[in-house]
Design a protein. Structure first.
Length: 171
């Protein structure tokens, strides 16, 4: 990464601009390269689909998770209809979906509901500024594996992704 990097301590500032050349994608994540286990047991990258309508948040989130949490971004949607279409078309091709609740059109709750028929190994998490107790309960009822608040739980999301990648590599 040119000019600086996201340190573990500063990851909570997801809206911070990334200082890398446009179009550059990390070949591997820091969590994978810093793993203390033998090379043969490095965590596998989680093939991840993002549902987020804010371009700045989406780009920074993808960059941060690729760098720190062993994910590989497969694609994104900024509205419910496109997200549902992608998930239907790519049913077995993803490991993790990261869904925002408020979208340009439609709702992340509708996307979450569309994921109910997913394979047992696929995980769905909600990342929202509206992670109230009631909303967490509703998301859980619709099948979310976890709910994270954008404002203060980015580190927890990173930890979740690293744990999922590690579990997948041990399976």
């Amino acid at each position: 990464m040119e000019g600086g990097s996201f340190g573990r301590a500063s990851v909570g500032a997801i809206l911070r601009p990334r200082w890398e050349a446009a179009g550059t994608i990390a070949a591997s994540c820091a969590a994978c390269t810093l793993w203390s286990a033998p090379a043969t047991s490095l965590p596998l990258e989680l093939r991840t689909f993002f549902v987020e309508d804010n371009v700045t948040i989406r780009e920074n989130l993808i960059g941060t998770l690729e760098e720190l949490a062993c994910i590989k971004a497969l694609g994104w949607a900024d509205n419910e209809a496109d997200a549902r279409a992608w998930l239907r078309k790519s049913h077995e091709q993803w490991d993790l979906a990261v869904i925002d609740l408020f979208l340009k059109q439609g709702s992340g709750l509708g996307v979450l509901e569309a994921c109910r028929g997913r394979s047992p190994g696929q995980r769905v998490v909600v990342l929202s500024n509206y992670a109230t107790t009631d909303m967490r309960k509703r998301c859980s009822q619709l099948g979310a594996d976890a709910v994270f608040d954008k404002s203060n739980e980015i580190d927890a999301l990173i930890d979740y992704c690293v744990q999922q990648a590690d579990a997948r590599s041990r399976a």
